[in-house]
Design a protein around this ligand. Structure first.
Ligand SMILES: CC(C)(COP(=O)(O)OP(=O)(O)OC[C@H]1O[C@@H](n2cnc3c(N)ncnc32)[C@H](O)[C@@H]1OP(=O)(O)O)[C@@H](O)C(=O)NCCC(=O)NCCS
Length: 164
């Protein structure tokens, strides 16, 4: 058995038995993720213990536009004075209940950051933006150096420059 992060494939992956404890994240992977992938709205990556196909964790990535007025002053000052700038959205990240506390959340976050950094070598992106469902989720991102947007505490960002 080997942990693998793969692009979502609804024909291959078992999406129906994913439970992370947050209904919106469970129903997204079961019902919406494949549609969003087909329509190029969001790209989902899933973690499986190959050759098993049950989804153990997933995250989504999309392009995003940041309103620079909501950035923390120190970062905003270092940027060109455009009202909006390009970024990458880590819209969802979830780990199955039975797998929590084993480092899989960190594994998925680091993989998402690595893919975001690689993509930014081709199409510019200032930061990775994470949308936290609640305070518990926000605390997870804060642990890894994400900072809150000024007026939207559930939205956090990590500058692309800080990803190595
Ligand atoms: C938040 C979540 C992704 C963490 O996944 P996980 O696999 O349990 O986390 P890991 O085992 O990889 O933990 C890595 C580190 O983060 C810490 N951590 C985990 N959840 C945390 C939280 N909510 N707040 C602060 N730190 C947290 C762990 O203690 C660990 O730290 P350590 O290495 O210093 O011991 C998972 O609990 C989850 O899916 N939650 C429900 C969905 C959700 O809220 N997603 C967030 C974005 S919408």
């Amino acid at each position: 058995m080997v942990l693998k992060i793969e692009s979502l494939d609804s024909k291959k992956h078992d999406l129906l038995n994913f439970y992370c404890g947050k209904d919106s994240l469970d129903s997204y992977i079961r019902r919406q993720a494949s549609q969003d992938l087909k329509k190029k709205v969001a790209k989902t990556f899933v973690l499986v213990d190959a050759p098993a196909t049950k989804v153990l964790a997933y995250y989504t990535l999309s392009f995003y536009v940041v309103d620079t007025s909501v950035l923390e002053d120190a970062l905003a000052k270092s940027l060109p004075r455009y009202p909006r700038l390009p970024a990458t959205l880590l819209g969802r990240l979830a780990v199955d209940q039975q797998q929590k506390g084993k480092g899989l959340g960190e594994l998925m976050l680091f993989d998402a950051l690595k893919k975001s950094l690689i993509a930014s070598e081709y199409i510019a992106s200032l930061a990775v933006i994470a949308e936290a469902l609640d305070e518990e989720a926000a605390n997870f991102y804060l642990k890894y150096g994400f900072q809150r947007f000024k007026n939207q505490p559930q939205k956090l960002y990590l500058s692309m420059k800080s990803i190595v």
